[in-house]
Ligand binder design. Structure first.
Ligand SMILES: Nc1nc(=O)c2c([nH]1)NC[C@@H]1CN(c3ccc(C(=O)N[C@@H](CCC(=O)O)C(=O)O)cc3)C=[N+]21
Length: 295
């Protein structure tokens, strides 16, 4: 494959994190505060622990104030909601992220509804979802924001392009569709009940795969010259037992046809964390009433 086709999310994310860190240093110097992020992890799912660790590392590297709350899987709904209420009231915390999924028995929607919308750096609170779809100011989910930043960096203007999003989750598919619509794309949201999914995908100038099924999108689903964003992170078994990460797109096949494509790992994943830092910076500035720096 021609290396210039690769959309290097890892490199873009590094640059974004450096710009966020510089903006945070400037805020400290001029206004005397640091953005603060609280990450809440309930239970001991190993994958979640890895993500939370990389979020904490990014928080430190950005020069933010970071707090990590690790709660046992036996935590009750009331205890979790009480922690969120404390974080809502904490003046040093501007962003609250409750790692999902929560252990069985806990109601994620009720927890999200408790988060102060101004501190909802995941953009999942109904107020932020409404703001996204109505064009009002709010906070946008990190993974969708990362996808659109990569697309604009590669393509410039997105207006008028046909975008097909496969997947309609609240965390990824729906918000990506909203963001692409706001960029004046013609957006189709495809899903498990879509008829002739390959033919729908072949219409896409921008194809976003967010289904959570390893290598489902084949090379002949991709229109020649299309830009492919692979949001999937699937661990598949290997003979050595370690497993490897693949996306929702059959990468080699798709890369042969596309003009640009994100790899897995090293594509959208690192952008998610960089955008979490960006959202925390935005949330902190709005709460403090100072201008939000462009990063
Ligand atoms: N409330 C909430 N918000 C989230 O944003 C959220 C969440 N819960 N739960 C779990 C998922 C997953 N997630 C990822 C973040 C970074 C990478 C990432 O950096 N991946 C790297 C490395 C992957 C690896 O090596 O394991 C890559 O794709 O290159 C992946 C996945 C955020 N999530």
């Amino acid at each position: 494959m021609d290396a210039s086709k690769l959309i290097d999310g890892k490199a873009f994310a590094q640059g974004l994190r450096a710009r966020v860190a510089a903006a945070a240093a400037e805020l400290q110097a001029r206004h005397g505060f640091r953005p603060g992020l609280a990450v809440v992890l309930v239970g001991d799912d190993p994958a979640s622990q890895v993500y939370v660790r990389s979020k904490t590392k990014a928080t430190e590297e950005a020069g933010f104030h970071g707090v990590e709350h690790k709660l046992p899987a036996s935590t009750t709904q009331a205890e979790l909601m009480a922690l969120v209420a404390r974080l809502n009231a904490d003046p040093d915390v501007h962003g609250i992220l409750v790692q999902l999924p929560l252990p069985a028995g806990l109601d994620a929607a009720a927890v999200v509804a408790t988060i102060d919308p101004r501190k909802d750096v995941d953009g999942l609170h109904a107020q932020n979802v409404g703001a996204l779809w109505s064009g009002a100011e709010g906070l946008v989910p990190c993974t969708p924001l990362g996808c659109v930043l990569l697309l604009k960096d590669r393509l410039g203007q997105l207006a008028g392009r046909n975008a097909v999003v496969i997947g309609r989750s609240a965390l990824v598919g729906k918000p990506i569709a909203a963001l692409l619509l706001a960029e004046n794309c013609t957006v189709t949201v495809a899903h498990s009940r879509t008829k002739d999914l390959p033919a729908v995908c072949r219409q896409a100038d921008i194809l976003v795969a967010a289904v959570g099924r390893a290598e489902m999108v084949k090379g002949d689903w991709v229109k020649p010259g299309a830009t492919v964003i692979d949001v999937g992170i699937n661990r598949v078994p290997t003979p050595d037992g370690k497993g490897r990460l693949v996306g929702d797109v059959a990468f080699a096949e798709a890369a042969a046809v596309a003009s640009a494509i994100t790899p897995v790992p090293g594509g959208v994943g690192p952008m998610t964390i960089a955008c979490l830092m960006r959202n925390t910076l935005t949330a902190a500035c709005r709460i403090k009433g100072v201008p939000v720096p462009a990063v």
